[in-house]
Design a protein around this ligand. Structure first.
Ligand code: COA
Length: 295
């Protein structure tokens, strides 16, 4: 939480309140709607959920919300999930003020590193972060496939595969395929309990042991925002997951499956590409070390 609202040149940064959801969603839809998957109900649940692990901050001018940011944190690491400023006031220092206010408050809470990802074509946003001390650390591949053309190897049959509401998943000791997933998934699960549409999860087990999980939502296409696999037989577990995703997508007439994967997970990237996934877009991973800089 921000200790108290921060002020600069007529702009005030403060924690979001339930009444802000409408404006936050409006700014989100204009600035980021084409970039990310979320809807009004999701933002409502996000703002209303109480958790020290997430923060939604807004910046207002003369009582009107003109920007917002969503941050998740876990111990010494924070993940800036989204930041956007109303088009009419961009380029006047609002985004920079919002970002530095958040960084200062995170630093006071013991956060040492802020991480984020930015679409690789969003060069203005990339420069915005680079000028503020962030450095590129890696890349995420956003992989996509037409479910009808997907060709996963034959499953091995010693796994059981079931689908449950994502809110029912418990904390798992699995390796996620994107590095930021661990930071945000616990919070997301709390939010899913309030988010009426809910996300769904595919769970792969051998005996009673959970070997893999994939969480997905759909909005015309199937977006798999979280995949985690046990290190043992990871590629077989992935095959099981892809079979189930394919069957579900075809049954529900979804014509695209999208999965983000950390580019450094070479084996998984190669497996998915071999099954007919293709790179839809890429994102840069950026980090900023808060412990040795002044904002
Ligand atoms: C990125 C963003 C939050 C910056 O907010 P802002 O209020 O314009 O930020 P500031 O005025 O403090 O700084 C603007 C800087 O960002 C750059 N910039 C990036 N995108 C910009 C945009 N769409 N319009 C104006 N300036 C932009 C400017 O060139 C300027 O450069 P500077 O670093 O030399 O000052 C805002 O431009 C925005 O909402 N963009 C669309 C959403 C987005 O891309 N978010 C990031 C996703 S990871």
């Amino acid at each position: 939480m921000l200790d108290e609202p921060a002020r600069s040149g007529g702009f005030v940064v403060r924690d979001a309140e339930p009444n802000d959801v409408g404006r936050v969603f409006e700014i989100y839809s204009h600035a980021l709607g084409a970039l990310d998957e979320a809807d009004y109900e999701w933002f409502r649940a996000l703002v209303r959920t109480r958790s020290r692990r997430k923060r939604v901050a807004v910046v207002e001018s003369s009582g009107v919300v003109v920007g917002f940011a969503v941050v998740y944190k876990q111990g010494r690491i924070a993940f800036l999930d989204s930041i956007a400023v109303d088009e009419g006031v961009r380029g006047r220092g609002v985004g920079g003020f919002l970002l530095s206010t958040l960084e200062n408050s995170l630093r006071r809470e013991g956060v040492e590193v802020v991480t984020l990802s930015v679409k690789s074509w969003n060069l203005r946003a990339l420069d915005f972060y680079l000028r503020r001390g962030y450095v590129v650390r890696g890349m995420v591949m956003i992989l996509s496939a037409d479910p009808h053309r997907l060709d996963p190897p034959h499953p091995e049959n010693h796994y059981t595969v079931e689908e449950i509401p994502a809110g029912r998943l418990r904390r798992l000791r699995l390796r996620p395929t994107t590095w930021w997933s661990n930071l945000i998934e616990d919070v997301h699960r709390i939010i899913y309990k309030r988010y009426l549409k809910g996300e769904r999860a595919i769970v792969v087990k051998s005996g009673r042991r959970v070997r893999g999980v994939a969480e997905f939502s759909h909005n015309g296409r199937m977006f798999v925002n979280y995949v985690a696999l046990s290190s043992y037989n990871a590629t077989n577990v992935l095959t099981e997951i892809v079979h189930k995703l394919k069957a579900t997508a075809i049954k529900e007439k979804l014509n695209e499956i999208v999965i983000p994967v950390d580019a450094s997970k070479k084996v998984l990237v190669l497996e998915l590409i071999a099954m007919s996934f293709r790179t839809r877009e890429t994102e840069y991973l950026l980090t900023k070390d808060l412990s040795n800089c002044d904002t």
